[in-house]
Design a binder for this molecule. Structure first.
Ligand code: MRU
Length: 346
């Protein structure tokens, strides 16, 4: 499996997810502004991967600050952090990662500007390694929810490409396969960016895990036919009450799953949980450009002058969610007190 993002020779290298699966191209970011562009343009996407990219962006930005004056350095670093946080609004991991980098800068401040820079570079790389380890742990907990022979439907891409590596929802699938279970995946194509058709399908194929791509509007059909045993998705932000923001269309799948009595699982690290917000109503939903909808595979697909709306995420209310899989274990409803406990347990 390719690496989603790496820190190499004081540059950030990312696989260009807009080009997969037809081309494996890499983008080299030499400054923090190019990291911001890569996040905005979906070169790198998926909440945990965005978090790692943001941390590396902060480190890149710090390296380029040319002053040895501590106060001036800090003011510039804070300005860089403010820019990076605004790259995309919904994924909680973005602000979480930037905040962690700021805290590291605070703790290292007595080492002087040079010392802070080297600590930030180390921290960003540590966050990448930690993310992979967290996904593996989540996989081990989550795979217990899948039976041998399970047919799992997933929406968007919550695999290695959406994270530092291994994946959240697809990490659970991988762990189940590793535990000796036979698992088949249905990948919703996930219009308009086709994260399912292009990225989930590609990852599963690389791993030799059987995968079938279906159109977004056919999930209900397959459930009605009794061909789906479980749904697993990732998350961009989870509120304190367990409401989950994830790729647009997730809500539709969750409602269908409940109607068909199919368990609906969300796999996400604690860095995706925003315990500062009480419910999904407070989650900002990114609205992307209409061209992503009006054009398809590089061509216009709608009549001239007809507007399109393109919300990138929706919120699935907690009552539709059977369990949330985290690196500290699996929690079932009611979520609120359990989420609080996850954070309290250190
Ligand atoms: O717009 P994207 O591709 O960044 O949206 C990604 C998703 O919705 C993923 O499901 C989510 O970030 C979880 S990734 C482990």
């Amino acid at each position: 499996m390719v690496e989603t993002i790496v820190w190499k020779d004081n540059q950030v290298v990312m696989i260009d997810q807009r080009k997969l699966p037809l081309q494996e191209k890499y983008i080299i970011c030499k400054d923090y502004r190019s990291v911001i562009r890569a996040i905005k343009n979906l070169v790198i996407r998926g909440a945990p991967a965005i978090g790692v990219a943001a941390a590396m962006g902060v480190a890149l930005g710090a390296l380029k600050i040319r002053t040895s004056n501590k106060e001036r350095f800090r003011a510039k670093l804070d300005a860089i952090c403010r820019d990076i946080v605004q790259a995309r609004p919904t994924a909680a991991n973005l602000a979480w990662a930037v905040e962690r980098m700021k805290q590291v800068a605070d703790q290292a401040s007595r080492r002087g500007v040079k010392g802070v820079k080297s600590r930030l570079v180390k921290e960003a790389q540590k966050m990448l390694d930690e993310d992979i380890a967290i996904n593996r742990r989540m996989g081990r907990y989550g795979q217990r929810l899948l039976r041998n022979g399970s047919r799992v439907l997933t929406h968007c891409n919550a695999g290695a490409l959406a994270t530092g590596g291994y994946g959240t929802a697809l990490g659970v699938v991988r762990a189940a396969v590793k535990a000796g279970k036979r698992i088949e995946v249905f990948a919703d194509e996930t219009r308009p960016f086709l994260q399912g058709a292009r990225l989930t399908a590609w990852e599963m194929k690389e791993l030799n895990i059987p995968v079938t791509v279906i159109t977004d509007n056919s999930a209900g059909y397959f459930m009605q036919q009794g061909r789906v045993d479980a749904v697993i998705v990732g998350a961009d932000r989870i509120a304190e009450n367990g409401d989950v923001a994830n790729k647009i269309g997730t809500y539709m799948v969750a409602v269908l799953a409940k109607t068909h009595k199919i368990p609906f699982y969300v796999a996400a690290p604690l860095s995706t949980i925003d315990a500062s917000i009480k419910s999904g109503k407070e989650i900002p939903i990114e609205q992307r450009g209409e061209k992503e909808v009006t054009r398809f595979l590089g061509r216009q697909a709608t009549p001239n002058g007809v507007p399109a709306e393109n919300p990138a995420f929706d919120v699935t209310p907690h009552r539709y969610i059977s369990a949330i899989i985290t690196e500290k274990g699996v929690i079932t409803p009611p979520f609120k007190a359990k989420i609080r406990r996850l954070f309290a347990s250190g």
